[in-house]
Design a protein around this ligand. Structure first.
Ligand SMILES: Cc1cc2nc3c(=O)[nH]c(=O)nc-3n(C[C@H](O)[C@H](O)[C@H](O)COP(=O)(O)O)c2cc1C
Length: 305
């Protein structure tokens, strides 16, 4: 079977499939469960300075054909409470990446510093939530701000820093380049696409927050284009995320330039067993294509004939 192990941002991964932030609960048990199910690593829910209840329901709507629309409002227990959950996942042996969100460079740096003491192997900065006022896309759409945030985090932590950037901008690759200048060790792309659904009978948006974020199959081509452009713009590794439902989706992202992959909505539709299925099917697909190591396939679609 083809070798799926990869090294990304200096972190060795048994396979490229990481649990995406915010998808499979936020408890230590659920992170450990994803690890036991075969994930190559797990990324925590994005954690902020203080507990946040999130938005009132409805916060998620499922669309069978193309994915999910969500506006959770970044619910989380806050950085003071969260380390006990990470400890539970660590006891299961999981490779854990800690995700944080903040409203300023200083807040990001303080949170990342705290997160770095919990035993995580890297920090992912959520610079890209499309529906949380004062956070995410609101601080992550300007290259200057992205560079400043990454730079202040890198100055405070020794761990690799991954910048998760937004597709809700005209030039995502410029955001990635700014993060690289700030010292990021890797880029993850993409977060959800800003989106809306209206309930025509109620004459109002389906989600309580109105605008939400779209994930799943529908956003795969957008994610691929972002990864493609970012790969050409930066020399640090790219982590692909957005609508990866099967092995072929995964290999498309790798050939576009991704060195690791994050899996989100596929879990909602296929259960946590999706990690074992993806690893098995990707190995088989690589065997069929005569590729013995996944790393050999990174970015190959860019080479000119
Ligand atoms: C319900 C839900 C909650 C999410 N929460 C977070 C979060 O806390 N932090 C973050 O960086 N991304 C969050 N995301 C975005 C995912 O990590 C991922 O980038 C996105 O869903 C695209 O991947 P997918 O199509 O495989 O789901 C969330 C997505 C969903 C659907």
């Amino acid at each position: 079977m083809a070798d799926l192990s990869v090294r990304c941002a200096g972190v060795p991964l048994r396979n490229p499939f990481l649990l995406a932030s915010g998808i499979w609960g936020e408890s230590g048990d659920s992170l450990a469960g994803a690890w036991r199910a075969g994930a190559g690593g797990v990324i925590t829910k994005s954690i902020g300075s203080a507990p946040r209840p999130g938005y009132p329901n409805p916060t998620v709507e499922t669309y069978e054909r193309w994915g999910l629309l969500n506006a959770m409002g970044l619910p989380n227990p806050g950085i003071d409470e969260y380390p006990t959950e990470i400890e539970a996942a660590r006891r299961a042996g999981a490779t854990i990446i800690g995700s944080v969100f903040g409203g300023s460079a200083e807040e990001f740096a303080t949170l990342a510093h705290r997160m770095a003491t919990t035993g995580v192997v890297a920090i992912e900065l959520n610079l890209s939530c499309p529906h949380a006022e004062g956070f995410g896309t609101e601080v992550g759409s300007d290259p200057g701000e992205v560079e400043e945030i990454v730079r202040s985090v890198v100055a405070r932590v020794k761990l690799p820093v991954i910048a998760k950037i937004t597709p809700n901008t005209s030039d995502p690759a410029a955001l990635a380049a700014a993060a690289e200048h700030g010292g990021a060790a890797a880029i993850s792309a993409i977060n959800t696409l800003r989106a809306l659904a209206i309930d025509v009978r109620l004459r109002r948006p389906v989600l309580s927050h109105g605008i939400g974020g779209l994930s799943g199959s529908a956003i795969k081509p957008v994610g691929l284009a972002c990864v493609w452009q970012i790969y050409e713009q930066v020399s640090i590794p790219v982590i692909g995320v957005g609508g990866i439902m099967n092995a072929e989706d995964a290999l498309e992202y790798v050939m576009a330039g991704a060195r690791a992959l994050e899996i989100g909505t596929a879990i909602t539709f296929g259960g946590i067993g999706v990690f074992a299925r993806l690893a098995h099917d990707l190995s088989a697909l690589l065997d069929d294509l005569g590729i013995s190591r996944l790393e050999e396939a990174v970015g190959v679609a860019h080479s000119k004939p």
